[in-house]
Design a protein around this ligand. Sequence first.
Ligand code: AMP
Ligand code: ZN
Length: 483
Amino acid sequence: MTATPLKLFNSLTRQLEEFRPVHEGEARVYSCGPTVYNYQHIGNMRAYVFADTLGRALQFKGYKLTHAINITDVGHLTSDADAGEDKMEKMAARQGKSAWDIARYYQEDFERDLHRLNVQAKAHPRATDYVAAMIEWGQKIADKHCYQLDSGLYFDVSTVADYGRLARAVTEEGEGRIENVDGKRNAADFAIWRKTPPGETRQMEWDSPWGRGAPGWHLECSVMGEALLGFPFDIHTGGIDHREIHHPNEIAQNQAYCCTNGLDRASNSGANIWMHNNFLVERSGKMSKSAGEFLRLQLLIDKGYHPLAYRLMCLQAHYRSELEFSWEGLGAALVRLKRMVMAASRLRSDAASKATVKPATLTGWMMQFDYAISEDLNTAVALTLLDEVLIMKNADAGQRLTIFERMDAVLGLDLLTLARTDLRIRPKSATITEAEVEAKLAARKEARAAKDFATSDRLRDELAAQGVEVMDGDPLGWEWKLG
Ligand code: AMP
Ligand code: ZN
């Protein structure tokens, strides 16, 4: 373990708390994952960059990490509060595919994006694999905490103490709770099991003691969290929207399941610490999958940006601050990433060529880095420390490389694996291949060496006509870019 205690902001107690693991030397983290009815937008991906950075920080602090990000492939309605249509079945009908095929397709796409962003968590439990466990859980809490209506089994939120203590918003999200189900005892009551309406068949449905149907959305995270990590586990994460409905409902179920009365101890909620990342927003407001340009990671890649430029953009802001997306901001992050990658490769060759045995003098930098990360994941400061270690002049290169590698492992930017040329802006729409550009540039170099400026200018013009800007003397050593 490092010297500085790790402090994290717990949304449940609304304060910074020192991380104390439930199991000695271990950290167990559950992150609410995507509903796989569509592609994820980059706002969704911010939630996993945050959760992954948390996981890396815990590993840096010396804990053995278990991290699960679930896959919601059943149960999520178009409103978080049990109202509207089933997201999976709606998309299946729209695309003329089965709900199961839709779920697998978008899960794979999501996992590809996780990989591109260096998110390490390998456990991606699927809700549909836990339906039997959800039914068992429902049976355990039904008598004391639930009641049946024609439409299914509902959780009575008045049966647990402190219901909704986690939630903050009273206006917009508050309205989301008032759902139009006849017979509900409290507006905030939510479905544990939704019965398939008479005369209808759903693609995803199961038999249960409360009739054929499907589980309510909130139940899956309670069940998978307990099954995979055991109650109480250390940390539960999600975006701030989940702080309002989904997580209060999960907590209520967990209290019921554990027969705990009240939240005087955070562990009664199933997890010791509940953490929430703020939103990535667009200038026009909330990011959405339906309005305007659908900002997927693939779109960023198609426009020529390396996905890790997006990870860096996320890390430049604190996870609890709103972050506004702009192409200029992404471009600036890409340039910073390029500088880092170049400096990292210089550092590696310096360290290889100048093997010295100077005494350790850089522990202070590592301590400062540790301090920044330990202060509720201050990645913005951590990044500036990493920048400084990269450009530091009067210090031993081998030592710098060692601490740089440890810092990079926490930030997950892969700076020693990335090559400068991986980061070249290379839009999908470009008509010229990289090999063609390089061949023309080589010919131009020869022409210039032979003082044949007419040929050199002609080649430059030819490149310009195909959208290639030749960048002689570029300080980042790019030589060219595609417009
Ligand atoms: P969903 O598929 O809607 O359950 O969302 C997946 C995750 O992304 C959840 O943790 C959400 O809280 C989070 N999320 C949704 N929109 C954004 C956003 N614009 N910025 C950051 N996180 C978001
Ligand atoms: Zn969840």
